[in-house]
Write a protein that binds this ligand. Structure first.
Ligand code: F3S
Length: 283
């Protein structure tokens, strides 16, 4: 049986870097280690880290109570006020913000200094967008849909710098930018979408179109895994959605000669490897 494992399966560069940062700190640090929010949306990873003494802090209130130790900032990044708060409290901050997100923070600061108001195309409730807004001194705008773009009104004379949440859909970004462009405002547009998600989806589509069965690994509630599953199912009727090896019930028959495997952005390598090995050995 041939197995085709997607090169882009699992963690993207930024998430892998953040998880590696936590493991690096465990080796190095003697004092307590915290992450601000779960380092990745995968319970197994978080539980494994908990066993090694890493605690997840979920609220600003919890951060405010700290008097020492190390807080690791995850790939989504946070606003400037968190850096300032931890510095005041004498807490060691280890920054695992994805460099692509950090770049947006720098753009926000620079363009504000150039007299532009920041407009983010993305979801206002997403931690990455909240983090970007936290680097703007003046109130920023967030637009998530073409309807919101149609309804956007900015004061006369205001200049805009438009950026995007890194995981935003490119076509939707283009549509929104087009609507805002037609309003005649003074704007500059910086496409800050990260290609990791799209590359993962493109590769999954290509593999699924070419195999007899396709396995998609990821959490049930992971929206990017659900999307991967939909894409693969369209190309390959015989597509399986599993969280771990335990869920795999691959019905083999003579006709299955090639199996494809991909995984959502928060699936650790260990699970992908397990599934891959199992399929290779068993079939
Ligand atoms: Fe991942 Fe960073 Fe892109 S966290 S999705 S590589 S912006």
């Amino acid at each position: 049986m041939e197995v085709r494992l997607a090169k882009t399966a699992g963690f993207c560069f930024g998430v892998r870097r953040a998880v590696d940062t936590v493991y690096g700190q465990i080796e190095k640090e003697k004092g307590p280690i915290y992450t601000y929010g779960p380092i990745v949306h995968n319970e197994m990873v978080v539980q494994e880290l908990e066993k090694k003494g890493v605690r997840v802090l979920n609220s600003l209130e919890e951060l405010k109570k700290l008097t020492g130790g190390t807080v690791i900032i995850r790939a989504h990044g946070v606003g400037k006020e968190i850096y300032d708060l931890l510095e005041r409290q004498g807490v060691n901050l280890v920054d695992a913000t994805c460099p692509f997100v950090k770049k947006i923070h720098r753009i926000a600061q620079k363009e504000e200094a150039n007299g532009r108001r920041i407009l983010i195309i993305g979801n206002a409730k997403h931690p990455e967008v909240e983090g970007i807004r936290g680097w703007c001194k003046a109130p920023s705008y967030v637009v998530e849909s073409p309807e919101e773009a149609e309804n956007l009104r900015i004061p006369a004379g205001e200049k805009l710098c438009i950026v995007s949440q890194t995981t935003f859909n490119y076509n939707k970004f283009e549509d929104i930018v087009e609507i805002i462009s037609k309003k005649g405002y003074d704007i500059i547009v910086l496409n800050t979408i990260c290609s990791a998600t799209e590359e993962r989806q493109t590769e999954a589509r290509e593999i699924a179109a070419d195999v007899d069965a396709m396995i998609v690994i990821g959490g049930r509630h992971s929206s990017n895994t659900q999307k991967l599953f939909e894409i693969c199912k369209k190309e390959c009727e015989n597509t399986y959605y599993i969280q771990s090896l335990d869920d795999l019930d691959l019905k083999t028959s003579q006709s299955i000669r090639c199996v494809g495997i991909t995984a959502g952005a928060s699936t650790p390598n260990k699970i992908i490897e397990e599934v891959q090995k199992h399929v290779r050995i068993k079939f």
